[in-house]
Design a protein around this ligand. Sequence first.
Ligand SMILES: *Cc1c(COP(=O)(O)O)cnc(C)c1O
Length: 396
Amino acid sequence: MNSVMQTYARYPLTLIRGEGAHVFDDEGNKYLDFVAGIAVNTLGHAHPAMVRAIKEQAATMLHCSNLYHIPKQIELADKLVWLSGMHQAFFCNSGAEANEAAIKIARKHFHDAGSNRRTVITATNSFHGRLLSTLTATGQDKVKIGFDPLPPGFVHVPLNDIEALKAAIDDHTAAVLLEPLQGEGGVNLADADYLCGVRELCDEHDILLMLDEVQTGIGRTGKMFAFEHAGIKPDVLTLAKGLGGGVPIGAMLASEKVAAAFSAGTHGSTFGGNPLSCAAALAVLETIENENLLNSVNEQSARLRAGLQSMVEKFSTTASVRGSGLLLGLACSDAVAPVIELCKAKGLLVLPAGPNVVRFLPALNIKASEVDQALATLEEAFAAVEASEAGKEVEK
Ligand SMILES: *Cc1c(COP(=O)(O)O)cnc(C)c1O
C-alpha cells in the first residue's frame, strides 16, 4: 500500500507513457487503449497538436487570475457557444464542478425571478459526480452511503419514462438534469423521443432542461454534442472529460435567459478556464475539425458495433450492444470482470459500466485497424471465458 488514499480499487497496472491509441506500462508492455482515461484522451496520447498547444502556452503564460481577461478563455467560450447554440460559458475544472455550477445557476435563475422553484429532477442510474450536490443528484445509492446529511432538493425518476417525469414535476421543480447517454450507469441511451418529450414538458412548465454531456460531449457520440441527435437544445449544458483532451477543464454553458443569473460575485473558480486548460481545449476542438473526426467517429462506431453484434450472435454470455458513437457497451448475462481481466492480459484495455457491461471509449481518432485488433482480442477473451465455463460444467 502507498500513501495515496484508497478511493479507487485500482487494476494492478502502472501506465507511464502513451502514443496515439497505445499505452505502455512500467515493464514496457504495450496496450491498445479503449479506455482513453474514461473518455478524456479525445485525440489519443501525445497528439502533436496537443503537445504543441500546451508547450506554447506553458512558455507564454500558465495561469492568470479570473480577475483579469484571459484571451484563450474568451476564444474557447466563443467557440463552444457557436458550436452548441448556448449563450455564454462558465469554466471550472471537472465534470462535478460543471454540474454543481448548473445546479447553482438553476436555483439562482428562479431566485432572481422571485420564484420558489429550487428542486432538480434526475434519472435513476445517472452519474453526475462526487461533490455533495452532484452525488445527491446522482441516481445511484452506492455513491451516497456515509455522506449524510445530503443537501435537499433532488428527485430521481426512471430514464425513458415520460409519465414518471410528468408525475414528478411540481411547483418546486426548477430543472431536469439528464445524461443523453448514461456512461457510468451502464451505457443507457435516453431515447430521442423521450428527450423531445422532456424538452416539451420543460417548456410547458417553464422549467430548465439541463444536459450533462460530461462524457458524451465533444464528439464522443459522432456529433459535437449528443443532444443534436434528438434535434433539441438544452437550457444548460455541462462538459468536462473530453474537452481538454487530458488537461483538466469543465464548462457549464447556458442560454441567454439563464446565463444572466451568474452575475459578478455569484460563482467562481481559481483555476477555472486558465490559459493552459483553454489552450488545450482549443487544440482539441481545432483538431476534431481539421481531422474531420466526427466523420471518423461515425465510421469506427459502425465498425465496432458490427463486430460487437457478431459477438452477440456467437457467444451465449453476450446479450446486446448499446450506446452511440464511440461510447458503446456490450451487455452480458454474466459479470464482465473476467473478460476485462483477460483483455488486459492480451493487451487491450476496456472498462466495465456496472457489473454486466463492457464499455468501449477509444480516442476519437482511433483507426479501423485498431478497432479490428480490439475486436479480435475481445473475441479471444470471450472464447476463453466460455471454454472455462464449459470446463466447470463438465467437472460438475
Ligand atoms: C465523469 C462524469 C462526471 C464527473 O466528472 P468528474 O470530472 O469526475 O468530476 C459527471 N457526469 C458524467 C456524465 C460523467 O461521466
